[in-house]
Design a protein around this ligand. Structure first.
Ligand code: PNS
Length: 184
């Protein structure tokens, strides 16, 4: 690649915020808001992973993300498959944006960032800290709480809390609850 083309690539202020977003949480949304202030454009890229059994379909996740990010005109929601670096090249992005909540995230994120750098040295990973209110929040815990009928208020946007997906767990019917109370 010629020098000029390389410089253009490096200067692009397009950041990709990749993830599973199953479902989008208030922590994700907080990070999108921070990224949106820093970059000209943020592409929230939902991984279409054939191996994982998701709670929400990719279409549902994209719809929810589009709805909750519509307040940010420079944020786009897209789907990607395959290597993230290939997708970043396709979208002319120079940055991968990732959130680090705690030290426990660091090892995995470091490994991924360094591997992505090995695959595409021109791509930089930028880590941002979500608001400390969300430091304990993860989509995995949200799925677990929902499956056990716990409250999701404050953890996910209201739209997600209402849950439109066929797999989104419904609270157990009252009859089952009272039967359980007898057993206990
Ligand atoms: O929110 P997640 O599930 O932690 O996001 C992980 C994600 C989507 C960023 C990661 O799995 C990914 O980039 N997958 C795409 C395949 C790829 O490029 N793998 C090599 C990463 S070093």
């Amino acid at each position: 690649m010629c020098r000029g083309a390389r410089a253009t690539f490096m200067k692009t202020s397009i950041a990709i915020y990749p993830g599973s977003f199953d479902p989008v949480t208030n922590g994700h949304l907080d990070l999108i808001g921070r990224g949106e202030k820093m970059f000209d454009r943020v592409i929230v890229a939902v991984l279409k992973n054939m191996e994982k059994e998701p709670l929400f379909s990719v279409t549902e996740r994209v719809e929810m993300l589009r709805e909750v990010t519509k307040q940010f005109p420079s944020v786009e929601v897209d789907v990607f498959q395959g290597l993230l670096v290939d997708y970043a090249r396709k979208r002319d992005a120079a940055v991968i944006l990732r959130g680090i909540r705690a030290v426990s995230d660091y090892e995995y994120e470091l490994q991924m960032a360094l591997m992505n750098r090995k695959l595409e040295p021109r791509l930089e990973t930028v880590f941002m800290l979500p608001g400390e209110t969300y430091s304990y929040l993860s989509a995995k815990l949200v799925r677990e709480i929902a499956q056990l009928g716990g409250p999701l208020t404050g953890l996910v946007p209201p739209l997600v809390e209402q849950g439109s997906g066929p797999n989104w767990p419904q609270p157990p019917p009252k009859a089952v609850l009272s039967f359980q109370a007898v057993l206990d």
